[in-house]
Design a protein around this ligand. Sequence first.
Ligand code: GDP
Length: 546
Amino acid sequence: MSSHIAAEAARRRTFAVISHPDAGKSTITEALALYGRAISSAGAVHGKGDRKGVVSDWMSMEQDRGISITSAALQFEYRGCVVNLLDTPGHADFSEDTYRVLTAVDAAVMLLDAAKGLEPQTLKLFEVCRARRIPVITFINKWDRPAKDALELIEEIETRIGIKPTPVTWPVGVGGEFRGVIERVGFGDRRDGSETDGRRAAGPQAPGMVRYERSPGGQQLAVAEYLDEAAAADLFGPDFERAREESELLTEVEADFDPKTFEAGQTTPTLFGAALVQFGVGQLLDLLVDIAPSPFAREDAAGSPRELETGFSGFVFKSQANMNASHRDQLAFIRVCSGKFERGMQVTQAQSGRTMSTKYAQTMFGASRDTVEEAWPGDIVGLVNATGLSVGDTIYTGKAVEYPPLPAFAPEHFGALQMHDTSKAKRFRRGIAQLDAEGVVQVLYSERRGEATPVLAAVGPLQFEVTVARLAAEFDVPATIDNLPYQLARLTDADGAARLRTAPGVEVFSRPRDGAFLVALPNKYRIQTIVNDHPGLVLEPLLAGG
Ligand code: GDP
């Protein structure tokens, strides 16, 4: 059994695609799912004929709700690996959700729009990946359209983010003149010189080979063809010469792929492509299978790694109630960290010590759900009606374990939630507790306002809208929000909370979710005066990135 767990873990690749909105995340997700062989039977995508499959279901669900909730993960098989692609919301206001998803992955794919380069959301997400040492593969998308210069893009990433791109493909031409890419490393099965899918291999390591893709007349998708250097030079002339020179230059500046620095999060293997015509998507999947880390022993809250074979454990990285009208229930999404999950097993919730059954375990695939019988490290399991499980909670069997709490983002928006119909106070409290457990918004209380008026803290104002909309729709409690004049928050301790209780212009809150004390401030200048007025005060920044 033990070696079975290790073997199943070794063939898992669990990652998320992150990007600034509009860079092509939905497009590439669909393309990846089409490329891989979907495992889930219901709603599975088997080929191009079902192209509508995944994404449209997914999106109609989002539209129903008017917010980006989507599913949790797609799972598919590719070259003998099981690929788990976790979904992240696109909008910056939900970056806290994205952050939580990033705690559940072993690698990330950062998607850039070739014409725009680094955008605000890209910068923040890269920062989060770097802080968490998540290995990042970069995919520069939309190369079929006019784009920034490839070398400039590479330099921009290196200077602005401090992660060195190591291009594994290099583009020949751009926009309407996009000819293909030089593969600077061997991909997939072609690494050992064998043939794949009838495509001809060019040698053991194939730098210099050009993967040339073109759209067949009238059809949308690109068709791959391999050319050796002589043929490419013949066909593409100066475009190819230039690309080859640039590629050599990259070698000179030591921008060649290096597994060690990639795994340490210091370099980012970079691909050029066009998700819309599925150019480069196969290479991306090959790269994930070849180089992305498989699940490894995770550190618990005390910092000691839990070996993969130490019995089942996992943590909740996402929780969602009332996902749609036909499934009015609560789903807790678990990332399996160690051991084998078997449906029906009794697990212990680390935070409460309570045991619970896992009879209703599901995978999510687009809008449809399948019962899941077993799962391995790296997999995502949705537990239905897992009331009492909040985002960040750990569950396990056998040896006890508790994974570190999921850090909350620094809120930048604060609002007092007003409920006007006192006869609904009980429902109001239930709704607030539910949305807090899901991590939709941070719920705070101040002595000044009391229990009846919670204060909501958010990274983006859309989180407020979602809170109010869901309170009305799911709990039948109309509520309004009065914006408060605070723009940032700092953590303090009980002593600090007591000292600042009457300080002007600031407000002290307790956060029941983790028992923390937060000080909300109107601007950063006020931090300085507070510190000056209260020597020795504990005032710590929260995780930035909203
Ligand atoms: P998301 O907001 O990141 O999920 O972006 P979408 O996948 O919705 O894509 C945004 C827009 O860019 C859509 O109109 C796509 O058709 C388009 N798009 C995505 N990938 C490509 C590409 O490779 N080439 C071109 N020309 N357009 C693309």
